[in-house]
Structure formats: structure tokens, C-alpha cells
Design a protein around this ligand. Structure first.
Ligand code: C5P
Length: 199
């Protein structure tokens, strides 16, 4: 089979990862969570440009990359153009592999894969996204207050939308999927139907 790319972008905790995994599983496509690349660079410490240039697959399997702090560190290094440039080729190669690929991130439909066969922009209100992240972190039993998680989500979105290089935005030809009132299964089913219609 030839290359077929599904680009999924959107702000933090909108449901991109869940949707991307469901689409990949349904169609047998490979999946790349591109946020992990920036999280791994942020977690390496030292010079972020050198870290991005020297990134190896094993770096993506490190513990602790999914934490809120790692997300903040990722969004700081992600604003550096040389960091982004160092990660482009890997993502484009992944996207064009035979058999199909799903990539989720912030700039997949706009910068990494402007020719993607399907582009989705997944979004939801900030309070809803913060609540999902807070529940994932354990809710009342976890270490973070809901207010702290909301503040982090809002700060990270503002940084991602406001940066000069590859800011978070929907591609002109992206289908917007607002998951605010939707459960994960419904959102995944919508995305699968969209992809099926274009295969
Ligand atoms: O998606 P995730 O929350 O793991 O992404 C962490 C951070 O990495 C984002 O807040 C964003 O700053 C950055 N990122 C990016 N471009 C991507 C994916 C993630 O700038 N394609």
C-alpha cells in the first residue's frame, strides 16, 4: 500500500492522542505522538538544540515524559526554531512510510505534512481540557489542584498559539472536531468515519 497521512492537531488535552490511537488501530496505520519529541528534548536538559539534533528513538521511551512539568518544558523548547527544524525530517519520513501513518501534534497539517490526505483539528474548551488532565493526574487524590492544571493548560496554549515559528492553528483545509460535549468513543468514531470517506 502507498503512503497515506492523517494529520491531527489541536491544543493540550483536546483528545488528539486518543483519536490518533483509535484511527491508527482501526486502519492498521503507524502512529507518532509528536509531542513526545518535544517532551524528550525538554527532559534531556542542557542545550535544547543539541538535544534535538541528537535525539534517538530510545529517548522517547523515557519515564516521566507525560507529566505536566514535562509538558511545560516541551512547550518552551518547542518555541526554538532550530529545535523544530532538527525534528522535521524524522516526522516527514514517518508520515510517508508505506502503509499509512497518523501523526498528532500542533503543526502537522500546517508545517510538517501540508499535503496530508486527512487533516483534523481537535479542540475543546479550556476548562474541559483542564478537567481531563486533572482527572488523568488523579483528580482529588492526585498531586495537582484543578486550578493549577487549568492555569498550566491556558499558559501552554497561549505559548503554543503565540510563538512565531509553527504556531498552533488549524490548517485552512482541516476538519474541526470540537470534543467538548463528546465522549472519547464518539470522537474516535467521527474521526474514523472521516478517514474512511477519503481512503
Ligand atoms: O502534545 P503534547 O502535550 O505532548 O505536546 C507538548 C508540547 O510540545 C506542546 O505544548 C507544544 O509546545 C509542543 N509540540 C509542538 N509541536 C508538535 C507537538 C508538540 O510544538 N507537533
Amino acid at each position: 500500500t502507498g503512503a497515506f497521512t492523517v494529520a491531527i492537531d489541536g491544543p493540550a488535552a483536546a483528545g488528539k492522542g486518543t483519536i490518533a490511537r483509535a484511527v491508527a488501530a482501526h486502519f492498521g496505520f503507524a502512529h507518532l505522538d509528536t509531542g513526545l519529541l518535544y517532551r524528550a528534548v525538554g527532559a534531556k536538559g542542557g542545550d535544547p538544540v543539541a538535544a534535538a539534533r541528537g535525539l534517538v528513538p530510545a529517548d522517547l521511551a523515557r519515564d516521566g515524559l507525560r507529566t505536566l512539568d514535562a509538558g511545560q518544558a516541551a512547550s518552551r523548547v518547542a518555541a526554538i526554531p532550530e529545535v523544530r527544524a532538527a525534528l522535521v525530517a524524522f516526522q516527514r519520513d514517518f508520515a510517508r512510510r508505506p502503509g499509512g501513518a497518523v501523526l498528532d501534534g500542533r503543526d502537522i497539517g500546517t508545517v510538517i505534512c501540508p499535503e496530508a490526505e486527512v487533516k483534523l483539528f481537535v479542540t475543546a474548551g479550556p476548562e474541559i481540557r483542564a478537567r481531563r488532565r486533572w482527572l488523568e493526574a488523579g483528580g482529588e487524590a492526585g498531586p495537582e489542584s484543578y486550578e493549577a492544571v487549568l492555569a498550566q493548560v491556558v499558559e501552554r496554549d497561549a505559548r503554543d498559539r503565540g510563538r512565531a515559528d509553527a504556531p498552533l492553528r488549524a490548517a485552512a483545509d482541516a476538519v474541526v472536531l470540537d470534543t467538548s460535549g463528546m465522549d472519547a468513543e464518539t470522537a474516535a468514531a467521527r474521526a474514523i468515519a472521516l478517514v474512511a470517506a477519503r481512503l
